[in-house]
Design a protein. Structure first.
Length: 329
């Protein structure tokens, strides 16, 4: 890289600090136009300066404060500046640059350490099989195979917040001053102390409350919400909440059996779709009222297609595969 002349260094430093005049900028531009290597030198220095500033901003630092501290250090380094010799002046300029670089490097290293420490504060578990987890404050979570949970090693004083993907059953310890919150892909669930099932699937999310009370909200539009009490559940597609009551245990996957007794076909189909995480629908245009057919059946370890085939035989309906969806008609 080319060595910048002293007068260009001075003007460039003023420009990077945002205190240059138009005449200064023209001098820099005229000098840089003499040789592509000069332009490259200035471009690299400018990019390095801006990248450091952007990095500090990305890591949630107070960038203005950081550069203010740099300027204060530069001021201290130039208090005894002697204008009688260019040698002393540019020695101070060199010191200013070193001080600025050292402070920026310090903030970058500090930010890197802080960021990694923050990342280390979370525990992430992806269940290879059905798994029970007890959180630090006493809440018990049963994760279904494939579910992922992320939670801090130490909860905040005013809330207990965890992140869930997949299906899990919660038995939350009651701590009134520290509400328990679950963030999913679409929703935000808030409880004080209760037991409930959450299925955070790709297409839809379901919350079924066994005991207590739960607030189920759209995390992007908090005004869109519903409150659920014991034996109530809601299915959220990202647009609306569909509420209903249930009588059988929502924790069917722990029992390794799906059991229905005089249950409407519509509810059976919704349960199958959630349990297998695969879309299943009824074509009501071909068979009006099919959703209200009552079903009494139990399924063990059948595949989804086997379960749908058995339902078709029980009800006299047919089914077809349409793209990735099983459709009863």
């Amino acid at each position: 890289m080319e060595q910048l002349p002293d007068h260009i260094k001075k003007l460039l430093l003023r420009k990077l600090h945002g205190i240059s005049a138009k005449a200064d900028d023209k001098i820099i531009a005229d000098w840089a136009s003499q040789d592509p290597a000069y332009e490259e030198e200035i471009a690299q220095l400018t990019t390095t300066w801006r990248m450091a500033d952007e990095w500090l901003e990305e890591k949630e630092f107070d960038t203005n404060s950081a550069w203010s501290k740099i300027d204060q250090r530069i001021a201290l380094a130039t208090e005894k500046k002697n204008d009688t010799t260019n040698t002393v002046f540019w020695m101070n300029t060199f010191l200013k640059t070193l001080v600025a670089a050292a402070i920026v490097a310090g903030f970058i290293f500090g930010g890197w350490w802080w960021y990694n420490k923050r990342q280390e504060s979370f525990t992430i578990i992806t269940a290879a099989a059905d798994q029970q987890v007890t959180l630090s404050e006493g809440t018990t979570v049963w994760l279904r195979k494939g579910a992922t949970i992320r939670f801090p090693k130490i909860f905040k004083a005013d809330e207990r917040k965890i992140y869930l993907s997949g299906e899990a059953y919660f038995d939350v310890k009651t701590i009134i001053q520290q509400p328990f919150r679950i963030e999913t892909g679409k929703g935000l669930i808030t409880v004080l102390g209760t037991s409930f099932l959450v299925n955070a699937g790709r297409r839809q999310e379901r919350v079924a409350v066994v005991t207590g009370k739960v607030l189920f909200a759209d995390k992007d539009h908090p005004q869109k919400k519903c409150t659920l009490s014991a034996n109530e559940e809601a299915i959220f597609t990202g647009e609306t909440f569909e509420r209903k009551t249930f009588t059988s245990s929502p924790l069917r996957w722990q029992q390794e059996e799906l059991s229905f007794r005089s249950t409407s076909l519509k509810e059976v189909i919704q349960t199958l779709a959630i349990f297998y995480n695969h879309p299943v629908k009824i074509d009501s245009t071909q068979t009006p009222g099919a959703g209200e057919i009552s079903i009494t059946a139990s399924f063990g370890k059948e595949s989804l297609s086997q379960a749908v085939d058995e339902i078709a035989k029980l009800t006299g309906l047919h089914y077809r595969q349409q793209q990735d969806t099983l459709i009863l008609y």
